[in-house]
Design a binder for this molecule. Structure first.
Ligand code: BGC
Length: 415
């Protein structure tokens, strides 16, 4: 699937990189910070009457009124505070943009489409030069995105692709397909499917159908598991294996729990073993481990996958209730989004060279083929997810400094 133009760079340090990054960063750090009076550097703002590069529908007067206000404003629209990760994403993005001298408007939409639309409208009205958006519903924002585009505002889809809109300029995310592959590969290894002669039972709990990522996670997992379903080594007793029938509205823990409880009570009477639950992320995994505790008659330990390394799920893994999670370092994702945003604000047209020039110590791929949003193929920067288990979590999460323990030994994500 990913045979497009991909440039990958790992732990490379180039001198040229440092020079280019320094140029980009200096463009930003000389931007006045909130509350400071100053003149904006020419690199960040077009001259009066001049259209920003690449903006075909540029409405000169409105955009100039906005862009010539002596501020560089970044609007960050996050879906909700309920799921752990978006709180960290919002904080990281805000801090990193502010460090570079930008003003930030950060809003959370409580998982409501209308709230997100009005959040974005207020960012436009508040002088946003750049929008970084994680959509509640990827396909519901087209007209507000058009409005932003008509005013010369650039748009980065953050983590979730914005659908059916040509107003979106870039996409920053993790390789969503690979997340599903990692979950499936874990199940294949944990159940010893390659060499086993018996058939094992599995159930699918996938994500929110209005989140474009959910389908990618599902597809990565299903493509990897399909040979085993086809050769009979994996069976789905509920027979629910399509994307929609296994989806979980709003990635809700409670909805995931209730659905698995129903499945357990209907298809797993005493004597029928459930071997694995493919859970798309940690919020659904949390619900499913609860369902297994309350409603599963079997005595075996069921393989449960996840994604995000939420703190509650790290405890679950340590306690052996959840088998693995797929870790996506949010700090690194926000670093990529900020570097991209700064480059856009400097009126550059960033491409794969941004990866080379940034000298990041994590993997990132440039992809111009795989993320078609229905209106255009959105140029994407994709980071690489990793599998976390009980055996490697100390090394991959704690030794790396992404997580720590406080004086009482409680785990927290380091911000
Ligand atoms: C993100 C996941 C997250 C899920 C629920 C997805 O779009 O990629 O990391 O678990 O949303 O918030």
């Amino acid at each position: 699937m990913y045979d497009g133009i991909i440039i990958t760079m790992k732990k490379t340090k180039l001198i040229i990189i440092t020079i280019i990054s320094a140029l980009i960063l200096s463009a930003c750090s000389s931007t006045p910070v909130a509350g400071e009076i100053g003149t904006e550097p020419a690199a960040l703002k077009p001259a009066a009457g001049e259209a920003p590069a690449g903006s075909a529908d540029y409405d000169g007067s409105a955009a100039n009124a906005r862009r010539d206000d002596g501020r560089t404003v970044v609007g960050i629209s996050m879906p909700d505070r309920l799921l752990e990760r978006w709180n960290h994403d919002g904080t990281f993005l805000k801090e990193h943009f502010e460090d570079k001298g930008c003003e930030v408007i950060l809003k959370y939409a409580n998982n409501l489409i209308d709230t997100q639309i009005s959040d974005i409208r207020s960012m436009i009205d508040g002088g946003a030069d750049l929008l970084v958006i994680t959509a509640v519903d990827g396909a519901a924002l087209s007209s507000i995105l058009d409005k932003a585009k008509s005013q010369g505002i650039k748009i980065i889809a953050y983590d979730r692709l914005l659908m059916n809109s040509d107003a979106v300029d870039y996409y920053v995310s993790y390789d969503n397909y690979k997340v599903g592959v990692l979950q499936a590969e874990y199940i294949i290894a944990a159940l010893g499917l390659k060499n086993s002669k018996d058939s094992k039972n599995i159930e699918f709990v996938t994500g929110d159908p209005v989140d474009n990522n959910a389908r990618f996670f599902y597809q990565g997992a299903v493509d990897t598991l399909l040979p085993y379903i086809e050769n009979g080594k994996l069976t789905v007793p509920s027979n629910q294996q399509g994307f929609y029938e296994t989806s979980t509205a709003q990635w809700s823990t409670d909805i995931a729990q209730q659905r698995l409880q129903i499945i357990l009570n209907s298809y797993y009477p005493e004597g029928v073993t459930l071997d694995a639950v493919l859970c798309a992320n940690d919020s659904t995994a949390l619900g499913d481990t609860r369902a297994l505790e309350s409603d599963y008659a079997g005595k075996n330990s069921v393989v449960v996958t996840g994604q995000d390394a939420d703190v509650a799920n790290i405890y679950s893994i340590i306690e052996g209730k959840q088998s693995m999670t797929v870790f996506k370092a949010l700090r690194d994702e926000s670093v990529v989004a900020v570097a991209l945003g700064l480059s856009i604000l400097a009126d550059e047209e960033p491409d794969g060279k941004l990866i080379m020039s940034s000298g990041w110590d994590f993997d990132c791929s440039y992809n111009t083929t795989d993320y078609d949003n229905g209106s255009k193929v959105v140029t994407s920067f994709l980071l690489s997810p990793i599998t976390i288990t009980k055996d490697n979590l100390e090394e991959k999460l704690f030794d790396t400094g992404y997580y720590a323990r406080n004086a009482s030994g409680l785990i927290y994500a380091v911000e």
